[in-house]
Design a protein around this ligand. Structure first.
Ligand SMILES: [Zn+2]
Length: 219
């Protein structure tokens, strides 16, 4: 799923990228060094999306399990692995342990950009993921006894993009800190080129992360 801004920019950016011209929408210019940067994004003029994905591999996660395992463009695996490292760091800082799983609702999906059918979605290349939640395991009993976390967060729990803001009390404060740090990392560490979350009305329930040949961040 992509934003109105991304859709608006899409035609120009695709045209430039097909010429091998480095483009930017917001932030720094991109160094065209990703294997899909020159891939045409124009959709078939009529009918359903036509996809010819290359190098799809079934990915299960490395440091953090991907739930469910799903097909992704092989070079996108490296991006997910960097994201997992970031999740481990932030999870350990905020909740005292690494997440066990990252839950998503789509990686490779053959479709055009929603609401504007003239371009293929990055999902059509397996070059995107829609992350909905993170699962954390229970603390072991020794860690639980000394932890300052609220009791609910010492057991196994799931924190979701859709509902973390409505969680009350100390647990809600932790969740908001987790997503704040995650948003900062997505903005500053260049993990993905596109990162869209609840600040966009179409992304209240998930984080859309992709490696399109342009940059757009709205979290
Ligand atoms: Zn998406």
């Amino acid at each position: 799923m992509t934003s109105p801004f991304a859709r608006f920019s899409c035609a120009i950016l695709v045209a430039l990228s097909s010429l091998g011209v480095a483009v930017q929408s917001r932030g720094a210019a991109l160094a065209f060094d990703y294997p899909l940067d020159a891939a045409p994004r124009a959709a078939a003029p009529k009918g359903p999306a036509v996809c010819r994905p290359k190098q799809l591999v079934q990915y299960r996660g490395t440091r953090v399990k991907l739930e469910p395992p799903s097909p992704v463009f092989e070079p996108f695996v490296g991006r997910l692995q960097r994201f997992e490292e970031t999740l481990v760091e932030i999870g350990t800082r905020v909740y005292g342990r690494a997440p066990a799983a990252m839950v998503h609702v789509g990686t490779y999906v053959c479709r055009n950009v929603e609401a504007e059918q003239s371009h293929l979605s990055e999902h059509a290349f397996g070059n995107a993921i829609d992350v909905t939640a993170f699962r954390f395991p229970a603390l072991d009993s020794a860690a639980s006894k000394t932890s300052r976390l609220p009791r609910a967060l010492r057991s196994a729990f799931t924190v979701s993009v859709r509902s973390y803001r409505s969680t009350r009390g100390a647990a809600g404060e932790r969740h908001r800190r987790f997503f704040l740090e995650l948003s900062q990392a997505l903005r500053e560490e260049g993990l993905f080129r596109t990162a869209i979350g609840p600040a966009d009305a179409r992304h209240r329930s998930h984080l859309h992360l992709d490696m399109a040949p342009w940059s757009y961040v709205r979290l």
